[in-house]
Design a protein around this ligand. Structure first.
Ligand SMILES: [Fe+2]
Ligand SMILES: [Fe+2]
Ligand SMILES: [Fe+2]
Ligand SMILES: [Fe+2]
Length: 432
C-alpha cells in the first residue's frame, strides 16, 4: 500500500518534547542484538546529527520569523532523538566493536543503494565508495582481534565479508578530483535525492565517530590507522555531497531533510524485529511526519511550488539491510582497480596518466608509510597471516586481486605485496 507521508497524521510539535528518562534510558544488549538492528541504530544516529546540523546552518541564513521559530523548536527535538538513538549503544560496546558496526553500515547500505539507484552515474559512485569502506572493515577487523581478541563475526554475525578491498592507502585522492557531477534537481528522482542524503549523513557520522574516538587506544599505530581512515571518510562526505545539485534552495533542502528522515524511519520500522527499537522507529516516524508537514507548508509559502514535485507521493526505501556478500564480491572482482578520473569520470589503474592528480597527495601522506598496510604486517607477525572471512573463491583470489589493484606509483614502501598475500594464504588463522 502506498504510504504518502503528506497525507499521514504525525505527532504534533507540542507533544514531541520528552522526559530525560525517556530520552536517555534505553539500551540494547551487545551480545544479543541483531547486527542489522545495530546498523539501523548507527545510521539513524547519523541521520539525526545531519538533521540537527542542517537546521543550525539554515537558522544562520534566514530572516523569516516563522522559519526561525520552526527551526528553533525542532532542533531541540532532532537533538533529543539523536541522544536516544546514539545512547542505545551500551557502555560495554568497545570503540572498535562500534567501528566494525559503522563499516558494516557503510558496506551493506551502499551495496543496497547501488542496486536501487536509478541514476547510472550515481550508482557508479556508490560502487566506487563501497570498495573503500569494504577495505576499512578489513583493516579494523585485524585491530578488533589484536586489541580485544574478538572475531569480527561477534559484530558482523556472518552477514558481511572481511577481506581486502581497494587498499586504503590508495583512497587518498586530490580533493578536487573527489568532486563528482551533481544531479539535476528538476530531473533526479526522490529515490536518488534521498539515497544521497542518507549516505552523506552516514559517512559524515562515521567521520565524526573516528574523529571523536580514534585516540581511545594507547597504540600509536592504531591512532594513525584511525587518522588515515577518518581522512578517507572526509573524502567520502566530499564525494557524495558533490552529487547534490548545488542550486537547491534552503527550503528545498529542508523539505528533503525531513523527507529523508521520514523515509529512513519508515524503512527501519518496516524491517525491525527488535521490539524496543521498533517502538522508537514508530514514534520517531510520527514526529518526522509532523516536521515534514511544516517543511512542506514553508516550501509552498516561500517557493510557491508544490512539495510533491520534489518528494513525490510516497516514501522511498533507502536503507534496507541484508547480507550483500554476493554483490560486494562481484564489484570487488570487477572494480578493485578503479580510480577517480580528472574529468569527474572513472579510470582503471592501467590507464592512469603519469601525472595523475592523486599521486602527489599519496606520496606526501604516505612518506613514512601507511598505517593500514602496517596493520597487516603486525597481525601477520603475530599470527602468520591476516583475518579473512569470505567464500573460498574470494579468499583464493586475494593475491590476484592485490596484483590487479597495485598502482605503478603512489604505493608506500611497506605495502603488503601480492606475493606476501600468497604466502599468508598458506596458513590458517587460529582465533585463540
Ligand atoms: Fe529527527
Ligand atoms: Fe569507511
Ligand atoms: Fe566511508
Ligand atoms: Fe525532523
Amino acid at each position: 500500500m502506498k504510504f504518502n507521508p503528506l497525507k499521514e497524521k504525525g505527532i504534533p510539535l507540542e507533544k514531541q518534547v520528552r522526559t530525560w528518562h525517556d530520552i536517555a534510558s534505553r539500551k540494547y544488549n551487545k551480545n544479543d542484538v541483531d547486527c542489522y538492528s545495530r546498523t539501523r541504530q548507527i545510521l539513524m544516529n547519523g541521520i539525526e546529527v545531519e538533521a540537527w546540523n542542517f537546521k543550525h546552518n539554515f537558522a544562520r541564513n534566514t530572516s523569516h520569523q516563522d522559519t526561525s521559530e520552526f527551526l528553533a523548536q525542532t532542533k531541540r527535538i532532532e537533538d533529543a532523538q539523536q541522544t536516544t538513538i546514539n545512547w542505545l549503544a551500551p557502555c560495554d560496546q568497545s570503540v572498535l566493536e562500534t567501528t566494525l558496526g559503522y563499516e558494516q553500515v557503510a558496506v551493506d547500505l551502499t551495496a543496497w543503494m547501488a542496486q536501487n539507484e536509478p541514476d547510472k552515474y550515481v550508482k557508479e559512485t556508490f560502487d566506487f565508495g563501497l570498495l573503500e569502506d569494504f577495505d576499512h572493515l578489513y583493516r579494523y577487523a585485524q585491530w578488533a582481534y589484536m586489541i580485544h581478541g574478538i572475531s569480527p563475526d561477534n559484530i558482523l554475525q556472518g552477514n558481511t565479508d572481511v577481506m581486502l578491498g581497494r587498499p586504503t592507502q590508495n583512497h587518498h585522492n586530490c580533493n578536487i578530483i573527489r568532486l563528482r557531477k551533481p544531479y539535476d534537481k528538476s530531473k533526479a528522482t526522490p529515490q536518488t535525492k534521498v539515497n544521497i542524503l542518507t549516505l552523506v549523513a552516514g559517512e559524515q557520522q562515521t567521520h565524526n565517530y573516528y574523529g571523536e574516538h580514534g585516540f581511545a587506544y594507547g597504540s600509536e599505530l592504531l591512532r594513525e590507522t584511525y587518522a588515515e581512515i577518518k581522512d578517507v571518510e572526509e573524502e567520502h562526505v566530499t564525494m557524495y555531497e558533490s552529487l547534490i545539485d548545488p542550486t537547491e534552495s534552503f527550503y528545498e533542502k529542508l523539505l528533503l531533510h525531513e523527507f529523508t528522515e521520514v523515509c529512513t524511519y519508515h524503512n527501519c520500522y518496516e524491517d525491525e524485529e527488535n521490539e524496543k527499537l521498533k517502538a522508537i522507529w514508530e514514534e520517531f516516524l510520527a514526529i518526522e511526519i509532523d516536521h515534514l508537514h511544516t517543511a512542506a507548508e514553508l516550501f509552498k509559502k516561500y517557493e510557491k511550488r508544490d512539495p510533491q514535485e520534489v518528494i513525490g507521493e510516497e516514501v522511498v526505501h533507502p536503507c534496507h539491510f541484508e547480507s550483500q556478500k554476493e554483490y560486494v564480491g562481484k564489484i570487488l572482482n570487477e572494480q578493485i582497480d578503479k580510480r577517480l578520473g580528472t574529468d569527474k569520470d572513472y579510470l582503471y589503474v592501467k590507464d592512469l596518466p603519469d601525472d595523475w592528480a592523486s599521486y602527489e597527495i599519496q606520496k606526501t601522506v604516505g612518506e613514512d608509510g601507511s598505517p593500514s598496510e602496517v596493520t597487516i604486517r603486525v597481525i601477520a607477525e603475530q599470527k602468520e597471516r591476516d583475518i579473512i572471512l569470505a567464500s573460498d573463491e574470494l579468499k583464493n583470489n586475494v593475491s590476484k586481486l592485490m596484483k590487479k589493484a597495485t598502482q605503478k606509483d603512489g604505493m608506500t614502501e611497506d605495502t603488503v605485496t601480492p606475493e606476501e598475500y600468497q604466502e599468508m594464504s598458506k596458513h590458517e588463522f587460529l582465533m585463540s
